[in-house]
Write a protein that binds this ligand. Structure first.
Ligand code: CA
Length: 345
């Protein structure tokens, strides 16, 4: 009698287990179907937004837009919906914020493509950023979680750090959004594929390093070189002396690079891996991951970066203004030829 009851309990338990397995299999299948449905959308975004797969201005701007959208958030509440696409839907409001100067170009470019995809604005903004970034050689395949609800309101002003801000203010704003100082430095590696349009409006599209078409660690090397010139119309708010003609150096990057040491040398592999994780955190701010499906598998893989990085032509270790004290400066060769003028994007 006891044995039969026990076997009955085991049978019931096994039955429940089978049901649980079936539910899991069903959920996995539904997730697979949801992600598969995105494959033609990825192709549509590549074709209609990134000219078939370029690491060009739209790719740089898509990553910037994702950041400006997501950072509209506070772990203490009361600031905005985070990575919700509010910057695209409420572009008339968020586009007026000083930190979003010039972002109207990419929101105008993305809006008709967004409408074609049928995605929520948050999914679109953060998928477009992942796809655009993947077009840059050396970039990590960013994660993509699918299923963000539509944004409910514009983020308030003063959530996006500006190059004119003090390091203290920048660290405080990121901390309010849940990010540590090492994570800030990791996020700054995005400046390896970025350019400034509005810091000096006389020279739009001025890159922050000499390899704007490659996701590498070049920006972390060049920010350490002694600045000697302004690339455009003299000193602008948020701008400091640059080492190279055609290159923009932001005051905030300059100050953070010369602030308290965060860590020693950053290899491309370390930066790429940590950028992937920190961006995943950024692109999920304000979102309930229980309601999202991990569709990272549909994000394209970038071409590899054939490193290592080099000093720009005519530069050497002698031009390094400051270096980590905790580890020896890596031995880097110099690109051949005369000092370059970095071309605008
Ligand atoms: Ca937002």
């Amino acid at each position: 009698m006891v044995f039969s009851r026990l076997s009955a309990i085991i049978t019931v338990a096994l039955g429940a287990l089978k049901l649980a397995d079936a539910a899991t299999v069903g959920a996995v299948a539904r997730a697979h179907d949801a992600c598969t449905s995105l494959v033609p959308i990825v192709q549509l975004i590549q074709t209609n937004l990134f000219d078939g797969g370029e690491c060009g201005e739209e790719a740089h701007s898509a990553l910037r837009l994702a950041f400006h959208d997501a950072i509209g958030f506070s772990v203490n509440g009361g600031k905005g919906g985070g990575a919700d696409g509010s910057i695209l839907i409420f572009n008339k409001t968020e586009g007026l914020f000083h930190a979003n100067n010039g972002i109207d170009e990419i929101t105008a470019r993305q809006f008709p493509v967004f409408q074609e995809t049928g995605l929520s604005a948050g999914d679109f903004v953060h998928l477009a950023a992942a796809i655009g970034t993947s077009n840059c050689p050396g970039a990590p395949s960013l994660k993509f979680f699918f299923g963000r609800p539509p944004p409910v309101a514009a983020a308030p002003d003063l959530t996006v750090p500006e190059p004119t801000d003090s390091v203290t203010a920048i660290i405080a704003r990121f901390a309010d959004a849940g990010f540590s100082v090492p994570e800030i430095v990791t996020l700054l590696s995005s400046h390896t594929i970025a350019a400034a349009d509005k810091v000096d409006p006389t020279i739009p599209g001025t890159p922050f390093d000499s390899t704007v078409g490659t996701f590498d660690t070049q920006v972390f090397l060049e920010v350490l070189l002694k600045g000697t010139l302004f690339p455009g119309n003299g000193s602008q708010p948020g701008e400091v002396l640059s080492p190279l003609h055609g290159e923009m150096r932001l005051q905030s990057d300059f100050l953070i690079a010369r602030g308290p040491p965060v860590s020693g040398k950053k290899t491309s592999a370390v930066v790429t891996a940590t950028f992937k994780e920190v961006m995943a955190k950024m692109q999920l701010l304000g979102q309930d991951t229980d309601n999202l499906v991990d569709c990272s598998s549909i994000v394209p893989t970038s071409a590899p970066f054939d490193g290592p990085i080099k000093f720009p032509a005519s530069f050497s270790q002698a031009d390094v203004e400051i270096a980590c004290t905790e580890s020896p400066f890596p031995s880097l060769s110099t690109v051949a030829g005369p000092a370059p003028t970095v071309a605008p994007v």
